[in-house]
Design a protein around this ligand. Structure first.
Ligand code: 5GP
Length: 171
């Protein structure tokens, strides 16, 4: 059972606003958009199609959650293909919760000598932050609920919902 927090229309509007902001900031630069799989894949696909400049894309897969509980330790599962040296790198996350994933990525990527590193998230769960990480762009601020939909899962389910919802448990 779920309770809708952000509708399909809410999401579309905010993603286009964020895309316009990123386009203004990065047009003419050598940008790599990096999707943090798997949760960001829907957001990433929508976002990059609204960007008004040329960029390359890459993917990294990480995991720190089982069910609704953070496991704390972030594991790298699948690595980057692109050379990030001298590039403006934008990390695209589904949700920044404790901040551990983003902190891990900022550290990993800074060894690759990018020109700049920024983060863009669909959701910002600021109230759950353990590590203070900068999230330059985000669509929505959310509370301490476990959310699903629009790419976000609960044990592999609900990624295909067109909206973002609070997960209330199984029926
Ligand atoms: P972190 O705690 O490292 O900031 O977030 C790690 C990852 O946990 C996020 O990228 C996301 O995949 C997952 N996560 C955190 N909060 C939620 C949530 O409310 N719902 C879902 N489905 N995943 C979450």
């Amino acid at each position: 059972m779920v309770k809708i927090l952000f509708s399909k229309d809410d999401i579309e509007k905010r993603v286009s606003e964020i895309a316009a902001q990123i386009s203004r900031d990065f047009k003419g630069k050598d940008v790599v958009m990096v999707a943090v799989l798997r949760g960001s894949f829907v957001f990433f696909a929508d976002l990059i199609r609204m960007l008004d400049f040329d960029f390359s894309v890459d993917f990294i897969s990480l995991s720190s959650y089982i069910g609704t509980f953070s496991q704390g330790d972030v594991k790298k599962i699948y690595g980057l293909q692109e050379n990030l040296s001298g590039k403006d790198v934008i990390i695209v996350e589904d949700i920044v919760d404790t901040g551990r994933t983003l902190d891990f990525l900022f550290k990993e990527f800074s060894f690759k000598n990018p020109r700049s590193l920024s983060a863009c998230a669909l959701l910002n769960k600021k109230c759950a932050r353990i590590i203070d990480v900068p999230v330059k762009y985000f669509c929505f601020e959310t509370g301490n609920d476990f959310v699903v939909g629009y790419g976000l899962d609960y044990n592999g389910l609900y990624r295909g919902l067109p909206y973002i919802a609070k997960f209330l448990g199984k029926k």
